[in-house]
Design a protein around this ligand. Sequence first.
Ligand code: ATP
Ligand code: MG
Length: 383
Amino acid sequence: MAKKSFRIVVLPGDGIGPEVIAEAVRVLEVISATSPDIELKLESHLFGGCAIDETGQPLPDSTLQACKEADAILMGSVGGPKWDVNSKVRPEQGLLGLRKALGLYANIRPANFASDALLAYSPLKTHVAQGVDIIVIRELIGGAYFGERKELGVAPKEDTAYDTMIYSVAEVQRITRVAAQIALSANPPLPVHSIDKANVLASSRLWRKVVIETLQTEYPQLKLDHMLVDSASMVMVASPRKLNGVIVTENLFGDILSDEVSVIPGSLGLLPSASLAGAPSVADALSPNFKPTPGLYEPIHGSAPDIAGQGIANPIGTILSAAMLLRYSLGLDRYAQAIENAVRKVLDDKSQGGFELRTADLGGKVKTTEIGDKIVEVLKGLL
Ligand code: ATP
Ligand code: MG
């Protein structure tokens, strides 16, 4: 029987992007070659600063077209000092344009310890950081970043500026459904923590009301609580395990909280992210009439110009992003788990007397490709 085929667009981007993407691509190729029923067709396209250099635009039409037709997109990182100063077009505009064009409204950032052996790298004390397992779901295309704004010079108050935080019922409903679907995909289902500022903001009162109604009517089996954003930020560093489960929050709060959660594991190089244009499918890629959930997957770190070209970047955040792609866009949870298990095994490997398999960000000496080799080798054994 012919394998079921999926089209994945790869956007290596700038800085360390191409280096870390190369390792994630190898991982996806191993899955594709080993799977009896799934084929992953990978194609690379220009995006970001390198696309500006070649075409004058960070998101060339041909790249956008390929992304629209793809089943999922895997990205490295964009930007760098080369395009920061004199450049009229900036690489980051390509990313905003892509998010908008694809309607990617849900940003998902899991922060857990792939391995207890990593605890030493957390800025939090071990007993505080241990067992943290939080998935932050941030609304990505609404709220204060997209509302009407005015700079100085608005009569009659010329000395003021303002931003508007605005949400509709439909926008809150759809992000709540993403959170619910992700909470339900765990066994037992994860608790949902909705974070707002309902004691002050009207948009937060709407947020809270709609989250409650949506969960009560559509997902009554899920546990839900509410927290104010100021108090949640304290809990996140004082006793983060209290937030274990799924956090769902609006754009501005989510921007801040997802950065806060990302420092807990100790290196930016470890963490993946996903941006989705719909709730993840509950069905699997092999089920009849399966439709992938469009999504863009990328590590949370930037282009890290300080270490680009040296072959020392940690590829794990990008490899775990590829795992998220299989899970959330294609419903292939079993392959996602195999990748995550391979990463954990490699991080926990003590065969040479210590935790040897570490890139420089984690205090080791191992190169990007060597970590990739090891993860691919272990993965082959797990498939
Ligand atoms: P951006 O502005 O592009 O969002 P940033 O400037 O906040 O990103 P990064 O480019 O991610 O941050 O780099 C921050 C620091 O973390 C740098 O010192 C970089 O070398 C390091 N770093 C980031 N990603 C990795 C990685 N995958 N492996 C090793 N070190 C990394
Ligand atoms: Mg940077």
